[in-house]
Every structure is written in structure tokens, then in C-alpha cells.
Design a protein around this ligand. Structure first.
Ligand code: G1P
Length: 288
């Protein structure tokens, strides 16, 4: 029986090494793009896709994420009393937008292990995974694009993007059959390959819908690249026993998980921002 797809895991336990020293005392997921922390973009995308049962896999030093999505009665009362209605709406909306569960990944054992930490919460249902440092801006939310393909096929569907040769070694890279009806059947995937070993230029970009069978392979996974339990390795095993599909999603994508990508995300979304865009453009013109 197919249960409704509502659950989504946000792995948010990573140390944010690429952003040090900014992430020494601040979770990477809380770094701000224009006026919202990165993780809020991912949560809003999930909610807009009907994935409203959320679990965050956090770790030590990540309390700010829980606080961000919690009700701050004092702040709300102050904003309300001061007549700052717009801010009041924003702040109270964040705290009430979703039901959230939290679980700790007690050791930094990698993305695959972080997903496995949520296994008993997910149970025997298909579920989403979203990496907050990949920002997707699109008319139809990316998780919704994946959901539709999942509902059509009944199997796992993951988001892909074509990346240039010099970026291949930063991502999980997939091997595919020929595209059919907008979907690639995946025949293998490898985490952060050298360009000479890369099976294609199609990268995994941090949005996934999986059948619960993935957990069977995550449980068996041994440490892979970087000494970590890799999600990509378990996906590779899953693809041997049932179809796993990939689709090149329709979105403006920002890999905001490194300082340059983060700056590009801020500049682009800043320029598009209703409130700040025009002023920001004028200021930038003076600099260039
Ligand atoms: C993770 C995944 C990788 C994926 C990438 C997307 O890597 O392991 O397969 O391509 O996210 O951003 P990380 O960026 O955590 O090293």
C-alpha cells in the first residue's frame, strides 16, 4: 500500500568546515541569504511540496536551528506591542509553519549516517531528504517536481544538475541510461570522483525522494570517501535491486555550501528582492 508522502529529513549535523570561522559557533544552516537563514528556504520548499512532517538531524552546537523554528513569546509580544506588524508576522510564521522533530547525530559519521539516524521516525514509508545548503528557487518547488515523478513511477527519484568538468569532484555523480520521459534510470553513482573516473557530468544536488528500502543499505554501509558513511554508496546499492530515477530539475540552483556559491546566492537573490533589489543594484553599480 502506498502511503501519502509527507515525511522529509533535513540532515543538519555537519560541521560546516567550508565556512570556518563563520561556522565556529553558528550552524551553517543558519547563515543568511538576504533575510532568511538557508534552512528556512529548504523548509518552505518542502512545505510547498506537501512534505510537512519534518525531522532535522542536528548535532552539538545546532540549537539555533531549533530556536529559529520555535515560538519566541517574548519577541512576538515585543514586536506586537511596538506595532511592528510585518516583522511580527514573519517571526510568528516561522515558528508555526511546520511540525518539526529533532534527533541528534552524536558522531560526525557522514550524510548517509545522518539519514539513517531518522530511520525509525520514517518507518516503512517513502520520504524526502533535503540538504539546506543547496538553494533551489523555482516556480514549481523542486521537491514537488520530484514528488510528481515519484508518484508516477512508485520508486526513488533524485534531483540532478549538469555541472562543468571542474566541479565534478565536488559532488555525487551518476551513471544513467538514456533519458525517457524526462527521467534517467540511474545505473550507478560515485561520490566525488576525479574527473577521469566520473561516469557523466550529472550531479546529485541535495534533493531526494527515497523508498524505505534505502535504509536496508544504509544499515550495511561501510565508511566510504572521506571516512564517512555516504548516502551515495547506499543509493548505488539500492539502484541494483530496484529502479532509482534521476531528473534534471527546473530551478535556479545555488550551491550555497561554500563561500563563493553563498555570495552568488546572496547577490542574485538580493538583486531579485522586492524590498532591497533596486537599491542593491544601485550600490553594486558604484562598486563595479
Ligand atoms: C553532499 C552529497 C553529494 C551531493 C552534494 C550536493 O556532499 O554527499 O553526493 O552531490 O551534497 O551538494 P557535501 O556537499 O555534503 O560534501
Amino acid at each position: 500500500m502506498n502511503k501519502q508522502l509527507t515525511k522529509i529529513i533535513f540532515p543538519a549535523a555537519g560541521m560546516g568546515t567550508r565556512f570556518l570561522p563563520a561556522t565556529k559557533a553558528t550552524p551553517k544552516e543558519m547563515l543568511t541569504v538576504v533575510d532568511k537563514p538557508m534552512i528556512q528556504y529548504g523548509v518552505e520548499e518542502a512545505l510547498a511540496s506537501g512534505l510537512d512532517d519534518i525531522i532535522m538531524v542536528t548535532g552539538r552546537g545546532k540549537d539555533a536551528i531549533e530556536n529559529h523554528f520555535d515560538i519566541s513569546a517574548e519577541l512576538e509580544a515585543n514586536l506586537h506591542a511596538a506595532g511592528k506588524d510585518e516583522l511580527y508576522q514573519k517571526v510568528s510564521h516561522v515558528a508555526r509553519m511546520a511540525s518539526m522533530a529533532y534527533i541528534r547525530q552524536k558522531e560526525a559519521k557522514g550524510l548517509g549516517h545522518a539519514v539513517l539516524c531518522a530511520a525509525s521516525w520514517v518507518g516503512d514509508e517513502a520520504f524526502g531528504v533535503s540538504l539546506a545548503d543547496e538553494l533551489m528557487i523555482s516556480e514549481k518547488p523542486v521537491m514537488q517536481q520530484l514528488r510528481e515523478a515519484h508518484e508516477k513511477t512508485g520508486f526513488s527519484v533524485v534531483a540532478l544538475a549538469k555541472v562543468p568538468d571542474e566541479d565534478v569532484s565536488k559532488y555525487g555523480i551518476v551513471k544513467t541510461d538514456a533519458e525517457q520521459d524526462g527521467l534517467f534510470r540511474l545505473r550507478g553513482m560515485v561520490e566525488k570522483p576525479d574527473i577521469v573516473d566520473a561516469p557523466s557530468n550529472l550531479a546529485l544536488i541535495g534533493r531526494y525522494i527515497f523508498t524505505p528500502k534505502l535504509f536496508d543499505f544504509l544499515k550495511e554501509s561501510k565508511a566510504g570517501v572521506g571516512g564517512e558513511i555516504q548516502l551515495t554508496d547506499a543509493m548505488n546499492e539500492l539502484a541494483k535491486v530496484e529502479p532509482v530515477y534521476g531528473m534534471v530539475v527546473d530551478a535556479d540552483r545555488f550551491d550555497a555550501g561554500n563561500p563563493l556559491g553563498f555570495l552568488i546566492a546572496n547577490a542574485t537573490l538580493g538583486l531579485r528582492d522586492k524590498k532591497y533589489g533596486d537599491l542593491f543594484r544601485e550600490e553594486l553599480k558604484k562598486l563595479l
